[in-house]
Design a protein around this ligand. Sequence first.
Ligand SMILES: C[S@@+](CC[C@H](N)C(=O)[O-])C[C@H]1O[C@@H](n2cnc3c(N)ncnc32)[C@H](O)[C@@H]1O
Length: 296
Amino acid sequence: MPYSGAMLAYRHAFHAGNHGDVLKHVVLMLVLQHLNGKEKGWRYTDTHAGAGGYALTGAYARQKREHDNGIARVLDRDDMPEPVAQYVNLVRSLHGNVVADGAPLSSLRQYPGSPLIAQALMRPQDQLRLFELHPTDHRILSSTFKGDRQVEVYMADGFAGLKGQLPPPTRRGLTLIDPAYEGERDYASVLATLRDALTRFADGVYMVWYPQVGKLGSRELPRRLQALAQGASKGWLHARLTVAPSAGGFGMAGSGVFLINPPHTLHASLQPVLPWLAQALGRIEQPVWVLDHRAV
Ligand SMILES: C[S@@+](CC[C@H](N)C(=O)[O-])C[C@H]1O[C@@H](n2cnc3c(N)ncnc32)[C@H](O)[C@@H]1O
């Protein structure tokens, strides 16, 4: 069944900077930093790119204020592990966030989406390929990257579009698969897309973000991803934070990222980060963090 406009009720602007974004974007930054350790260029493909960046002062973000329980809880801490400090600096350095002398440091006006984080780490030899189906978010995304010859933006289904991006010409690359998971269908699409992607580019780095919600697909996804990676004899890493109350299984208790072919440095880099984020973002008595991996 093709996607239709009516199926796209999700708008990331409501959720920008929440605890899920914090986990996802810290890990994204670490992976791209690792890829930057070699001169050879990489291609970053974002199958579900969103609008690129979000105004925290805008009507959408103000409505739910999810960033209050996300980025805002880490911003002004003075005990951040190094990767979190680097992520916070990256967010603060965004145009629009640079505050005047004397203004409170915590006054963030904008929160970057994954495309702006990738752009901040991109070198002249690297490429960004961004897919976004929602017409409004696609328009914002296109105008943000207009004129940047290293970036291509597509208003197309990212699950299907990924096929055309693999393998990248340099055979180095990261794919972020970060759907809206509005129904159960996205969970199955993630698995099918990855299975296909590994046949086209077996050595690529793949990163899936998923919400921890009371749906069968969400509960099963980490186990299924692990089986897929192991069946393909690939290394993997799973990081999850459970930090929020979820009455009766409703609401997002936390979220996870699952990587196939993760950088070999990622597990060690995340070891101080996960417990710290669980504590900083936790709004339940016992926040839980998971950091699991298998190297090949
Ligand atoms: C969770 S948001 C992406 C957030 C973004 N990756 C970030 O970290 O800033 C998911 C996005 O996917 C878009 N979307 C939904 N179905 C899609 C599809 N099949 N292909 C491409 N984009 C899609 C939605 O409109 C939404 O903007």
